[in-house]
Design a protein around this ligand. Structure first.
Ligand code: C2E
Ligand code: CA
Ligand code: CA
Ligand code: CA
Length: 278
């Protein structure tokens, strides 16, 4: 059936036509989901490798569609960015994340940070920093606990405008993080011009870290230069105890990945932090 499907796709629907169809379908799905409020934020812990305790979380968006079930960002984020729907979706993420972060602090007395992913479209909007300020004010988000994650490639493009927005966010008490570090081509000295607080090492370095001496050396170099730049380092995609030990040996202090926990629904995550309190 699979081969038949592929053959049919070849004859009747060339690849770009299929892509257009996917884009159109996903766009209407996104509009429906924004309207129906089908989005959820799931939370993945960031842990201290020494104490194994949770120090933060990353909010990761999912679409929970009544018929299609749970969809990961890989299924819709690209189209959300292309169509600009990432702007209202990103606002929803900010608002939901801010509400949850304030609740952790207020009701659970839990001092963790929350990181949220920001897309380039959001960062390029002149209203973005102002919206973040309004949302933080509305929910009384404790200063220094909301972290905005920006990918390396976003710093490479439009860097002057991006720098301006980042400086405003910083002045408002947000922390800034560079995401997926190591996948782009920026040097650490280039990073100096941005007001960053956190650097996340991409999981590509972690996957084979025990077998790959070059990756171990690169992780060590990133950690030591991050110290010089006063950046905290989080290593992403830690799946096994061996990887956890290995990155720790390279000087990493914080990690995130399936070894600690998958991203969790809010209710499950909240149980997790309640039970990990001492
Ligand atoms: P990211 O920001 O690099 O997020 C980390 C991704 O790695 C998440 O995938 C997470 O579930 C996954 N992950 C975590 N630990 C492990 C591990 O140990 N092994 C492996 N193999 N994967 C792990 P997810 O949730 O599917 O998100 C994919 C991407 O979608 C994110 O990558 C981010 O770029 C984007 N994204 C997610 N939420 C948002 C959002 O609210 N706004 C925007 N603009 N983008 C988002
Ligand atoms: Ca991220
Ligand atoms: Ca990442
Ligand atoms: Ca990524």
């Amino acid at each position: 059936a699979k081969a038949e499907g592929r053959g049919r796709a070849c004859v009747f629907a060339p690849e770009d036509e299929q892509r257009t169809l996917h884009r159109v379908n996903t766009e209407s799905l996104l509009r429906e989901a924004l309207e129906g409020e089908y989005f959820e934020l799931h939370y993945q812990p960031v842990c201290d490798l020494g104490t194994q305790r949770i120090v933060g979380a990353e909010g990761l968006v999912r679409m929970n569609h009544p018929e299609k079930g749970l969809l990961a960002p890989g299924d819709f984020i690209d189209v959300a960015e292309e169509t600009g729907l990432i702007v209202p979706l990103g606002e929803w993420v900010l608002e939901e994340g801010a509400r949850q972060l304030a609740q952790w602090h207020r009701e659970l007395g839990c001092d963790i940070t929350l990181s949220l992913n920001v897309s380039s479209k959001q960062l390029q909007s002149s209203r973005f920093a102002g919206r973040v300020a309004e949302i933080c004010e509305k929910y009384s988000v404790p200063s220094g606990h909301l972290v905005l994650e920006i990918t390396e490639s976003m710093l490479m493009n439009n860097s002057d405008q991006v720098l301006d927005v980042m400086n405003r966010l910083k002045a408002q008490g947000c922390l800034l993080s560079i995401d997926d570090f190591g996948t782009g081509f920026s040097s650490l000295s280039y990073l100096q011009k941005f007001p960053l607080d956190v650097l996340k090492i991409d999981r590509a370095f972690v996957m084979d870290i025990e077998a790959n001496e070059t990756h171990r050396a690169l992780v060590r170099a990133i950690v030591s230069m991050s110290e010089a730049l006063k950046l905290r380092v989080i290593t992403e995609g830690v799946e096994t105890e061996g990887q956890m030990r290995c990155i720790r040996q390279q000087g990493c202090e914080l990690g995130q990945g399936y070894y600690f926990s998958r991203p969790l629904k809010a209710a499950v995550f909240n149980e997790w932090i309640r039970s990990s309190e001492t």
